[in-house]
Design a protein around this ligand. Structure first.
Ligand code: PMP
Length: 417
């Protein structure tokens, strides 16, 4: 398999070897590494990615959910080009940031009265935690095993040998486990909890939806402990027009956003109740918030154009298409493998975000085999089996993917039952 891959992608291999000289792992983003080497992408158009080797792929990763618009969206491109005519970063307030803030506050207004921008979802969560500590005067942050809120805020199931996490006073509880979480909270010293930080669906943790009663319990517990409830919607904000919080019926104290809200440009945002956010008001607030590119014109203009594209109808259609694909995959798995009590291949997720996951002792090999099988059949997803839909996907793309899955199941049936 490795030789065939190398023969099929000689230019990607050459790019990889050349980049290795100057970048560890030839990479500037760990998650983009793939064995034996990652493809080098030359360009993207609509929902197709092209590699330097001249192959094309239907993009079912959509930039880990940030690429909700597909590639080279003409409306966003026009907004960026128009904005660029006036220069792109002023070291001063611009005309764009207020408009994007208004759009987002009106959209996620359930608990979000005001908002601030930064450059990534990671930064948004760091700022949200800082705000919670500043607001409550307390230190402890309850987060969850399997949770991911950015590189220095990650809590994988199997902890890495050396954690580069920010040195906040984290306590960890198991996700979707009310009883265990309750026990951990009741063991805390009084007046110590500053915030509960949680995803409504664990994304990097494997697209694991949070149970409704668990998330409602956390919201209530935050109030009881006079702590802030921070809902990380960096990924899940696409799952309903007003974010997953609207589906859950939960009003967070602080919401963090990122990914698609910048029209595909780098962005993060954190917003919350007025009394919390006013701590950042330079006229009388006690917290500062800096960042050279926080209001950069390219991102702000692209974000405005992008958020307008993602109207209610578009959001719903996108999620429905994701569900159709996932149902098709589930049905194919059941048809070809039977309904096993502990399946070796299964899906989890919500709407336009989901995972195809392998289980059992061979799971890592199966993930690698599946990833390469899809590439050979012209489909691009994350090595970990993560799939996110974009608005350029059609029924036809879904059908093509479905047929490839059926082919994979038939070919690897023996390893999967
Ligand atoms: N929170 C969640 C839930 C995420 O999925 C991610 C990114 N995958 C982040 C935070 C970090 O966002 P960024 O990569 O923009 O720093």
């Amino acid at each position: 398999m490795q030789r065939r891959y190398a023969n099929r992608n000689p230019k990607s291999l050459a790019f990889y070897n050349e980049t290795l000289k100057h970048m560890p792992g030839a990479n500037t983003r760990t998650v983009l590494h793939a064995l034996p080497f990652p493809l080098t992408i030359s360009h993207g158009q609509s929902t197709t990615l092209f590699s330097v080797d001249g192959h094309s792929y239907i993009d079912f990763l959509s930039e880990y959910s940030a690429g909700i618009y597909g590639h080279s969206n003409a409306t966003i491109k026009a907004a960026i080009v128009k904005a660029l005519d006036g220069g792109w970063n002023f070291g001063g307030k611009n005309q764009y940031e207020g408009e994007l803030a208004k759009i987002l506050v009106e959209r996620f207004g359930n608990g979000m009265d005001m908002i601030r921008f930064c450059n990534s979802g990671t930064e948004a969560n760091l700022m949200a935690i800082g705000a919670a500590i500043g607001f409550t005067g307390k230190q402890k942050i309850l987060a969850f095993i399997g949770g991911y809120h950015g590189g220095p805020l990650s809590f994988p199931e199997a902890s890495p040998k050396y954690s580069m996490n920010a040195k906040y006073d984290f306590i960890l509880a198991p996700y979707n486990d009310i009883k265990a979480t309750k026990a951990i909270l009741s063991g805390l010293p009084p007046d110590s909890l500053a915030a509960i930080l949680v995803e409504g669906m664990q994304g990097a943790g494997g697209s694991i939806p949070g149970q409704l009663d668990f998330l409602h319990y956390l919201r209530m517990a935050a109030t009881d402990y006079e702590a802030l409830f921070i809902l990380d919607e960096v990924m899940t904000s696409r799952l309903a027009y007003r974010g997953l919080q609207s589906t859950l019926g939960i009003s967070p104290d602080i919401t963090t956003l990122g990914k698609w809200i910048g029209g595909g440009m780098g962005i993060g945002a954190f917003g919350g109740r007025r009394e919390i956010m006013e701590m950042f008001d330079p006229r009388n607030g006690k917290l500062t918030h800096s960042g050279t590119f926080n209001n950069n014109v390219v991102t702000m203009a692209a974000g405005i154009a992008g958020c307008k594209i993602m109207d209610e109808d578009t959001v719903e259609k996108l999620n429905a298409l994701g569900e159709r694909l996932r149902n098709f995959i589930d049905t194919s798995i059941e048809k070809l493998l039977g309904a096993a009590a502990t399946p070796k291949m299964y899906t989890t997720g919500l709407g336009s975000l989901f995972n195809i996951t392998f289980a059992g002792p061979e799971k890592d090999v199966l993930h690698a085999v599946f990833y390469h099988y899809l590439l050979e059949h012209g489909i691009y997803i994350a090595t970990r089996g993560f799939i996110t839909m974009n608005i350029e996907h059609t029924e036809e793309h879904v059908e093509t993917f479905g047929k490839v899955i059926e082919g994979f199941l038939a070919e690897y049936r023996d390893a999967l039952v």
